[in-house]
Design a protein around this ligand. Structure first.
Ligand code: XUL
Ligand code: CO
Length: 438
């Protein structure tokens, strides 16, 4: 059965096209730096937003019209979603998708029954994967929707919940491996607290580390070779989430000797919620060799929550791809559209239009960023700006030859300090030149 009858195969038609069902900037086979664009960008569809989101918000009922709406049995809905998913993947020609265990199959009465439901759907997906060009970028476990996670999962005050979460991640690692997932993500939506008045922060953090060590051990035991990723987010749904931002997660991983096993999955909207630029978090992760993958979306600067919009801001996508190119490109990671169409964009076709918008924005961003890197635009400024560290006293500081006494002597005999302009306005206008002339 065809689920999205009104949507044709999406092809590249170029920037002059008026066809809403065509790419304007994303030409998947265009070779840049010896590699097709699709391999640079590694786009992924998020199963949850695309196939399970229904448009509910805290004030209103579902709005989405979906081609599986006529089914009532949760397993029939799950199966129809898989069929529809592979149709959408093929029509978009998208190389990857990501899923939570609970997106693909409904929970049963017991954990055993839930796992049985999962096995049925995983077998069905595995069958599709035999012939589909679309593969799994990452899998994850939903440890936040069910009320049992009210106090957290690995950081719950209730050890029975810790055990349940462990069983769930064990199974999620197994199915991610079975489906050939290239990464596995930990996002701790309920791993945090509402008030310190009832919280043993030290035990909760120790337990989170214990949980992650067990996951590392089990992944090794079953031969899962994918990359393990932690996705920082400062808040929402929890008031304070322990994986607050990249620097916070890095410090946590270092403290508990976990840094060699994990990288970060940086999500645009989470970075702004943490009070950072998207580029700041990508830069911080990159310079610490921790940048694994990206959840590609966009927030609304006037709202204080995670709006998960499709990314359409080319300045943002350019600066993000700048960091990815500087890192040497993705290894196992990619650009996962952790993005949902707006509640009022309720027609099934909007799912395609959202992805086309995002794919075009990142393709354009990639091309501009590639040119910026190739031309060494910012590198030359930065090199010049820090040149005092390549000679004289600066070189001594960098080489470890200076100390407070030698520096005092230098300062005492150096009566005139000269600073130079940082040229921010010039650099911003050069960036605009690249954005609008490329
Ligand atoms: C929530 C979020 C999640 C993770 C996976 O803000 O980003 O969807 O990406 O659990
Ligand atoms: Co995300």
């Amino acid at each position: 059965m065809e689920y999205f009858k009104n949507v044709p195969q999406i092809k590249y038609e170029g920037p002059k096209s008026n066809n809403p069902y065509a790419f304007k900037f994303y030409n998947p086979d265009e070779i840049i730096d010896g590699k097709p664009l699709k391999e640079h960008l590694r786009f992924s569809v998020a199963y949850w937003h695309t196939f399970t989101a229904n448009g509910t918000d805290p004030f209103g009922a579902p709005t989405m019209q979906r081609p599986w709406d006529h089914f009532t049995d949760p397993m029939d809905i799950a199966k129809a979603r898989v069929e529809a998913a592979f149709e959408l993947f093929e029509k978009l020609d998208v190389p990857f998708f990501c899923f939570h265990d609970r997106d693909i199959a409904p929970e049963g009465e017991t954990l055993r029954e839930t796992n049985k439901n999962l096995d049925t759907i995983v077998a069905m997906i595995k069958d599709y994967l035999k012939t589909s060009k679309t593969k799994v970028l990452w899998g994850t476990a939903n440890l936040f929707s069910n009320p049992r996670f009210v106090h957290g999962a690995a950081t719950s005050c209730n050890a029975d919940v810790f055990a349940y979460a462990a069983a769930q991640v064990k199974k999620a690692l197994e199915i991610t491996k079975e489906l050939g997932g290239q990464n596995y993500v930990f996002w701790g939506g309920r791993e945090g607290y509402e008030t310190l008045l009832n919280t043993d922060m030290e035990l909760e953090l120790d337990n989170l580390a214990r949980f992650l060590h067990m996951a590392v051990e089990y992944a090794k035991e079953i031969g899962f070779e994918g990359q393990l990723l932690i996705e920082p987010k400062p808040k929402e749904p929890t008031k304070h989430q322990y994986d607050f931002d990249a620097a916070n997660v890095y410090a946590f991983l270092k403290k508990y000797d976990l840094d060699k096993y994990f990288k970060l999955n940086i999500e645009a909207n989470h970075t702004t919620l943490a009070g950072h630029d998207f580029q700041h978090e990508l830069r911080y992760a990159r310079i610490n060799n921790m940048l694994g993958s990206i959840d590609a979306n966009m927030g609304d600067m006037l709202l204080g929550w995670d709006t998960d919009q499709f990314p359409t801001d080319i300045r943002m996508t350019t600066l993000a791809m700048y960091e990815v190119i500087k890192m040497g490109g993705f290894d196992k990671g990619g650009l996962n559209f952790d993005a949902k169409v707006r509640r009022a964009s309720f027609e099934p076709e909007d799912l395609f239009l959202g992805h086309i918008a995002g794919m075009d924005a990142f393709a354009k961003g990639f091309k501009v960023a590639y040119k910026l890197v190739k031309d060494g635009v910012f590198d030359r400024f930065i090199e010049e700006r820090y040149k005092s560290y390549r000679e004289g006293i600066g070189a001594e500081i960098v080489n470890g030859k200076a100390n407070f006494k030698t520096l005092e002597e230098y300062a005492l005999n150096n009566p005139k300090i000269e600073n130079k302009s940082g040229k921010q306005e010039l650099l911003e206008s050069i960036l605009n030149q690249y954005l609008f002339s490329e």
